[in-house]
Design a binder for this molecule. Structure first.
Ligand code: PRX
Length: 654
């Protein structure tokens, strides 16, 4: 992989019209702060202009553009209407059942204003947290922007998470209001959301005062008098005029929970000015957005950071016209995405490698039936894209001409950090290549020394960047400890990486106990805690095993409690246990966390200090010969597991 010789330089036509220019790298390295100040002035409208760029005196908590004032919703919506672009389409909504809705920037302004007034009418004030638990519908975008308009940080929880996951996020954020829907459409059927909210807010001590419910599916919904209110009822009586709340650049914009190496998800905190600057700057340059002519589509759900930065804030700040789609790529048929691209003449497309690999499996005949010639830039995010998938994406979807931007970033970084620039970079299949102008990234060894080209190590970020997280909600120590303690003065991303002979960066996956399943982050510990919360499980260990489609798949090893020993002794009993535990994990966390495989074992491999050796379990899960097991406390454990899995269920331990 370090000897990749294929390179795809930009065509002269593309380069001639590109937003990004090669001299941006020089400008940024000549004066990084001045470069960012320029971006902040170019891409953001300030109510009160900033005079300071970066205050790093309280590192690692950065302050960017701190004395400036602005409003995120004003920047995403109002200023486009004020500039005479109110008639431009902001959102082409495509519902899963085929219903559609076109929302112009002027429409969006009216809706966001109304929603801001509606939320204020039920007591939401600047600084209050609002949880949003919605399908991928127009109201999700409106709700986020309405919160931003009020300066009320939103915390979006992916609609696929369980009520337990929702409850713990509501509690951690101290949310006063939850915005949800009766349900959403999934594979042709309505799927309820409101019952999960009811369960989550029923818990004693819930901070939630009101639940606002969007009618999406029309399914039977129980409303609690005095607490629950229909979105439409609130919106109907709300005024269409609303003055945005001008907030300081460092005012919290949102909290987004993500899995870490320990059991509890972390509330990643993002603030306003720096985040908007970098999301708009990256969206403009990495996707080469031409707001008057492009149609952009990012397939991410708003429940993930990609939906925040590259469906809501980045594109809307840039006045883009975009598609949002509620459903899955195969509903009602496997050509649905390509049909949508043809229908709206999508020109900029952003998706994840797992989706590309799935489409590869379905065969190229499917996309070949559609006219995809409108596409001119293709993006990839969430995990490394393997060179075969990259080549397929380029040839079959991009007609061998659209540049591919493989974008590395994280919930914590807020915006794209490492990526080719279309029109500038000669792209290489499988590599995210170079830090963007203004970003300082490196690959270092255990002693924090930069590794030479051709070597591997840990990916770090060596200078603060505008969209960086400002902390973990309510836990400054955990923030310092998680990201800043491994290497002095460097942000440790948790990823392994290599530099090739040209100095281009190749991402090699997580080096901690975080798995990446279909581009979604899952913590091994979180799934282990879910498993041991079931009363038949004594102990559990979870690993991410390589998977052709999803990148990694969750594989769990469980030791049963004594009382379930008999059940674990027959193949039928084991099958039942596996089904029950898979469903239990779905209930505790959400269906995305369901283990692909659950193996009932008599022992787990542990070091003398009691640490589970996941490396050995990964060998088993990936059907490899088990590696060096000499540091095990009991070296016969791996033999025991091997004989157990070869078909003779033994007696589980107490
Ligand atoms: O391991 C890296 C992987 O996804 C992690 C961040 O996950 P999350 O916060 O959920 O954000 C995903 C969307 C930005 C990273 O630590 N990752 C993300 N993009 C890439 C990637 N790995 C390799 N190449 C990428 N382009």
């Amino acid at each position: 992989m370090l000897h990749e010789t294929r390179a795809f330089p930009p065509s002269p036509e593309f380069a001639a019209q590109a937003n990004a220019q090669a001299d941006m790298y020089q400008a940024a390295s000549a004066d990084r702060l001045e470069f960012w100040a320029d971006q902040a002035r170019k891409h953001v409208t300030w109510k009160v202009p900033f005079t300071t760029t970066l205050d790093w005196s309280e590192a690692p908590v950065a302050k960017w553009f701190a004395d400036g004032k602005l409003n995120a919703a004003y920047n995403a919506v109002d200023r486009h209407v004020a500039a005479g672009n109110g008639d431009r389409v902001a959102l082409h909504f495509e519902g899963e059942p085929g219903d559609t809705r076109t929302v112009t920037y002027a429409d969006l302004q009216r809706e966001v204003n109304r929603a801001a007034n509606a939320l204020a009418s039920i007591g939401v004030q600047t600084g209050d947290r609002v949880v949003i638990y919605l399908p991928m519908i127009v109201e999700a975008v409106v709700a986020m922007l309405a919160c931003a308009r009020l300066g009320a940080p939103h915390s979006v929880v992916f609609g696929g998470f369980s009520s337990d996951a929702l409850r713990s996020r509501i509690a951690d954020a101290g949310a006063k209001v939850v915005i949800t829907a009766d349900g959403g459409f999934r594979r042709g059927k309505p799927s309820a959301l409101k019952p999960a909210v009811d369960e989550a807010v029923a818990a004693e001590g819930s901070p939630v005062e009101h639940v606002v419910v969007v009618a999406r599916t029309g399914q039977e919904t129980t409303m609690v008098e005095g607490r629950d209110v229909w979105w439409n009822d609130l919106m109907e009586s709300a005024d269409v005029e609303h003055t945005p709340v001008w907030v300081d650049a460092e005012h919290p914009l949102f909290i987004l929970y993500t899995s870490g190496t320990t059991g509890n998800p972390k509330g990643i905190l993002h603030t306003t000015g720096g985040y908007l600057t970098q999301t708009a700057y990256t969206h403009f340059n990495v996707f080469d957005l031409k707001p008057e002519t492009d149609v952009y589509w990012c397939t991410a759900d708003i429940g993930w950071v990609t939906g925040h930065s590259y469906v809501v804030y980045g594109p809307l700040l840039n006045g883009a016209t975009q598609v949002i789609y509620e459903g899955t790529p195969d509903s009602p048929h496997q050509g649905r995405w390509w049909e949508i691209i043809e229908k709206y003449k999508v020109s900029l497309f952003y998706t994840a490698p797992t989706a590309i690999r799935t489409c590869m499996k379905w065969g190229e005949d499917i996309p070949n039936k559609y006219d995809l010639t409108s596409l001119r830039v293709l993006g990839s995010v969430g995990e490394s894209i393997n060179p075969e998938a990259w080549m397929w994406y380029r040839r079959v979807i991009g007609g061998d001409k659209a540049p591919i931007v493989d974008t590395w970033w994280q919930t914590e970084t807020g915006a794209i950090m490492i990526s080719p620039l279309p029109g500038v970079t000669a792209t290489k299949p499988g590599s995210a290549q170079r830090p963007l102008p203004g970003i300082s990234a490196d690959v270092v060894n255990d002693s924090a020394e930069s590794v030479p080209n051709g070597s591997g190590g840990y990916l770090v970020l060596s200078e603060p960047w505008p969209a960086m997280l400002r902390g973990i909600w309510g836990d400054l120590e955990r923030f310092k400890d998680t990201y800043w303690s491994r290497f002095d003065g460097l942000y440790f991303a948790g990823d392994g990486a290599k530099k090739d002979e040209d100095g281009d960066i190749w991402l090699l996956g997580r080096v901690d106990d975080v798995m990446n399943v279909s581009g979604h982050r899952l913590s091994t510990m979180e799934i282990e805690s879910a498993l041991v919360s079931h009363d038949i499980v004594a102990e559990a260990a979870v690993v991410g095993a390589a998977d052709d489609t999803t990148g990694q798949a969750v594989v769990a090893f469980v030791i049963l409690r004594e009382q379930s020993a008999d059940q674990g002794a027959t193949p039928e009993g084991v099958a039942q246990i596996q089904e029950e535990l898979r469903n239990h994990v779905a209930k505790e966390i959400g269906p995305i966390a369901k283990p692909r495989k659950i193996l009932v074992v008599p022992e787990l491999p542990k070091t003398r200090s009691g640490k589970i050796m996941r490396r050995l379990l990964r060998d088993v899960a990936e059907n490899r010969a088990v590696g060096d097991a000499t540091t095990l406390a009991d070296s016969s454990v791996m033999d025991l597991i091997a004989s157990e899995l070869s078909g003779t269920p033994g007696k589980p331990q107490a």
